[in-house]
Design a protein around this ligand. Structure first.
Ligand code: PLP
Length: 346
């Protein structure tokens, strides 16, 4: 017998709502008037909070969404003859409808990687073509933290992959749509695995971690900041009523709510992974290091489970992705596990 489906879905962390503190901040930001396009008190305050978070002066730009943030960030790093080294699984490669290629006019040099991480060897192998006019010149790497496969680069891994990029003069973009989950997982400051290891521009996600919408573009290299200002407007990523995004981010940063929520999401994924670990017909395909569980299921069970509680299939045959968020409750995981047991093992 199948129980009632869980109250929250494991389809995506984007499916969760807005955390109450963020909603309160939106309501508070709604009082009175503010100058548009970021010249408002909320944005000024957030910019100062970001400087504190990253322990240095950074340039903070606020964009509508993650694809837009990535497109703006990458544009600032490339010349027209250059391309971006990334993994085949990366969001910029498979989930942005070709937006980077279209708006950058640049090739994505997408490399196979079993855990969606770039490695020094993968990057170094791309450097042979540097200086050869017939080849697209690798101009930047883009790493996703945490990755599209729910894995997390250690600080050491980032140091070595970035060192390989720097050896060829490449710049570094980090897609941090789930940077909070990575920070929670690593247990260190977000500065330790971004600016401290040589990331030039970070797309800092808010939507998947309790905001209604909005992502930040954090520029660490001051020489890029002016370009980003113009590119943001040109790329239709300059929200006029910016205070609503700034206020949401400030609510997340206050008292480390962003980390508390991400820690919770990660813990729920671990609970789910532990729960399915004992089911012999299920094979977990990636270490659970952030807020996602990837597993191969008996094929006949997948549509039955999806009909009961929705989720997406993934890259490998019969592979599924289960995502948790700040809103996932332990009881949701328990119910989901009951359903999995009933359908897969029943
Ligand atoms: C790794 C990654 N980057 C960026 C995004 C942002 O996408 P969107 O343009 O939907 O906000 C997502 C959302 O799924 C993502 O998973």
């Amino acid at each position: 017998m199948l129980p009632m489906p869980p109250k929250t879905t494991f389809a995506s962390d984007n499916a969760s709502g807005v955390s109450p503190e963020v909603m309160q901040a939106l309501v508070a930001a709604n009082a009175g008037y503010s100058i548009a396009y970021g010249d408002d008190g909320f944005t000024e305050e957030l910019r100062s909070e970001m400087n504190t978070l990253f322990r240095q002066e950074v340039s903070t730009f606020l964009a509508w969404g993650g694809t837009g943030a990535n497109v703006v960030a990458l544009q600032s790093l490339l010349q027209p003859w250059q391309g971006v080294v990334c993994t085949q699984s990366s969001h910029i490669n498979v989930d942005e409808c070709g937006a980077p290629e279209r708006f950058l006019g640049s090739k994505l040099i997408d490399l196979p990687s079993p855990d969606a991480k770039l490695t020094p060897d993968l990057v170094t192998a791309q450097l042979d073509v540097l200086g050869v006019v017939h080849h697209v010149q690798p101009g930047a790497i883009s790493v996703t933290q945490s990755t599209e496969y729910g894995t997390v680069y250690s600080v050491k891994e980032l140091q070595t992959v970035i060192a390989a990029a720097h050896a060829g003069g490449l710049r570094v973009h980090m897609d941090g749509a789930r940077v909070a989950n990575a920070a929670a997982s690593l247990g260190c400051s977000v500065a330790d695995f971004t600016c401290a290891v040589g990331v030039d521009v970070l797309s800092f996600g808010g939507t998947k971690n309790g905001m209604a919408y909005g992502e930040a573009i954090i520029v660490f290299d001051p020489e890029l900041a002016t370009a980003v200002e113009y590119l943001q407007k040109q790329s239709a990523q300059l929200p006029s009523k910016m205070r609503y995004i700034s206020a949401q981010f400030s609510a997340l940063l206050k008292n480390d709510l962003w980390l508390i929520q991400a820690r919770h999401a990660n813990a729920m994924a671990q609970l789910l992974a532990d729960g399915v670990a004992g089911i012999s017909k299920i094979q977990i395909t990636q270490p659970t290091q952030a807020n996602a569980v990837f597993a191969i299921l008996p094929p006949e069970s997948i549509p039955k489970l999806q009909a009961w509680s929705p989720f997406y299939t993934w890259e490998r045959e019969n592979e599924v992705r289960w995502m948790t968020s700040f809103a996932t409750q332990e009881s949701d995981v328990e119910t989901f596990l009951e359903g999995i047991h009933a359908i897969v093992d029943g």
